[in-house]
Design a protein around this ligand. Structure first.
Ligand SMILES: Nc1nc2c(ncn2[C@@H]2O[C@H](COP(=O)(O)OP(=O)(O)O)[C@@H](O)[C@H]2O)c(=O)[nH]1
Ligand SMILES: [Mg+2]
Length: 309
């Protein structure tokens, strides 16, 4: 049995969560076009006959601005302490630049193999993909052109690895192109080990947290500017018939946006979330959503504890 943990690193919006879902063969992490969609560490678990691959989807590296982002950054630092490999995700659709180099400097210093996934190659010209592969490979070299010095745990199965990154895979998390090969690559890096989670489990999040996250995902897609950052979801009741949840925002004007004209926005959030919640729970539910103002919840330690951060 091979088993182990792979941390997923990369700039916001490069498709880390989408890729974790694709690698796990089902939705474990919510996805949106807004930064800071991923607020907590989520394990996506992929089980094979001979392996268990645990992917840690993470908030992006960021400068802490408030109690929430400070907790998020602490989660990221802790997650990188004990991993067997890192999956470093880049977007082929954007210029590979300073933000990627900053993350490269962190992941190449960890001393574990780094697999680069060049994501979003769907509908891109082959010549453009080739250029981006070259730019991605260059990330492994320091400013003086020398390799960015990986240190290796001597007893690691890939200890004879000589390059600066272990492998580079062009993929599309959206279409699934290249995902199978990437999964095999990651599994190949895992050491012999036990089952860390029951073999039928696909994530470590509780059902309640998964439900809250699905509601938050729909709210993120339907709002913009500063509103997505201010949204959190608190589950108030869940049983086999009813799900009651509060969408928390920080100000009265944000509340108006999330409620919408005549309640249209919050109604749409419910309409989009309910089928996915029902699929998760395996039965039909009555979904009741309220929008509540909780000033400064992002700075409120007691509130953050309640929300599970
Ligand atoms: N075209 C394309 N879009 C993608 C792909 N993977 C992710 N996306 C989109 O990129 C955005 C950010 O995705 P997400 O997984 O939340 O990124 P994260 O912040 O790195 O976790 C979403 O709008 C996704 O639908 C891909 O392979 N191709
Ligand atoms: Mg994410």
């Amino acid at each position: 049995m091979k088993s182990g943990f792979v941390a997923v690193a990369g700039r916001p919006n490069v498709g880390k969560s989408t890729l974790v879902n694709a690698l796990c063969g089902g939705k474990v992490a919510i996805v949106s076009d807004k930064p800071q969609t991923t607020r907590r560490r989520i394990f996506g678990i992929e089980n094979g006959d001979d392996h268990q691959l645990v992917l840690a989807d993470l908030p992006g590296f960021q400068r802490p601005l408030d109690a929430l982002t400070e907790r998020m950054q602490h989660t990221v630092d802790a997650a990188f302490e004990e991993v067997d490999a890192v999956l470093f995700v880049l977007s082929a659709r954007e210029r590979i630049g300073a933000g990627d180099r900053f993350i490269a400097s962190r992941v190449f210093a960890l001393g574990v193999p780094v697999v680069i996934a060049l994501n979003k190659v769907d509908r891109l010209k082959a010549s453009h993909i080739a250029e981006q592969v070259t730019a991605a490979a260059r990330l492994a070299a320091g400013p003086d052109g020398r390799a960015a010095g990986p240190r290796f745990k001597a007893d690691h199965p890939a200890a004879d690895w000589l390059g600066t990154f272990h492998a580079l895979h062009p993929v599309s998390a959206k279409t699934g192109d290249g995902v199978e090969e990437l999964r095999a690559e990651l599994v190949g890096l895992l050491p012999e080990g036990p089952l860390y989670f029951p073999a039928e489990q696909r994530t470590d999040l509780s059902v309640g947290t998964q439900v809250s996250e699905l509601i938050r995902e729909k709210a993120l897609w339907l709002t913009r500017d500063e509103v997505p950052h201010a949204i959190s979801v608190e589950l108030e009741e869940i049983d086999d018939k009813v799900v009651r949840a509060a969408i928390l925002v920080e100000t009265e004007s944000q509340k108006q946006i999330v409620v919408g004209k005549g309640g249209a926005v919050v109604k749409e959030i419910g309409t989009r979330a309910r089928p996915e919640i029902e699929a998760l729970l395996g039965n039909q539910v009555f979904l009741e959503l309220k929008v509540k103002v909780r000033p400064h919840w992002r700075r409120d330690d007691a509130m953050l504890e309640r929300l599970g951060f």
